[in-house]
Design a protein. Structure first.
Length: 161
């Protein structure tokens, strides 16, 4: 089962209805731990985390045996302006024999041409859906960046000059 955590009912609906996920969890609605247990009764096999903080901690509390945790960002850190405390549930990595690793897209630069070709094929075949959120004008650069942190963006945030 594929499941994702997003903020707001509209974003969750898009994930299920258009992007093809089996389920989406609205972390802003509260009850995150209960929703994770509901949608992943055998634990979470893969976490690709861009948030950190309490959301990562809740996910780690319900990982499956041999789970894989990939850390790509930490937007919760940006909101507070300081380094967050480490996850309290990190010991589940030991109990579940899971792995946690960092991910930086530049490590895969040599693969970009092949990845682009593969992703384009998936989009063409209708097996991968995406959404772009395009704002216009250099004067809107600060507000466009802020959309990422407020959750106002709907898809890949871009600014057309």
């Amino acid at each position: 089962m594929s499941s994702a955590s997003r903020g707001g009912p509209e974003k969750c609906a898009w994930l299920v209805e258009e992007a093809g996920y089996d389920a989406a969890i609205d972390y802003k609605a509260g009850g995150l731990k209960a929703a994770i247990k509901q949608h992943c009764p055998n634990g979470v096999d893969v976490i690709f985390d861009n948030v950190g903080g309490a959301i990562l901690d809740d996910m780690l509390a319900h990982i499956a045996t041999n789970a894989r945790v990939v850390i790509c960002g930490g937007i919760s850190r940006y909101e507070t302006g300081q380094m967050p405390a480490g996850p309290q549930n990190y010991f589940n990595l030991i109990f579940r024999r899971a792995t946690m690793t960092g991910f930086i897209v530049l490590d895969w630069a040599a693969e970009f041409p092949l990845i682009r070709k593969r992703l384009a094929g998936l989009v063409k075949d209708g097996r991968l859906n995406y959404r772009e959120d395009i704002q216009h004008g250099f004067e809107n650069a600060p507000q466009t960046m802020q959309r990422l942190f407020s959750g106002a963006n709907r898809g890949k945030q871009m600014l057309k000059l």
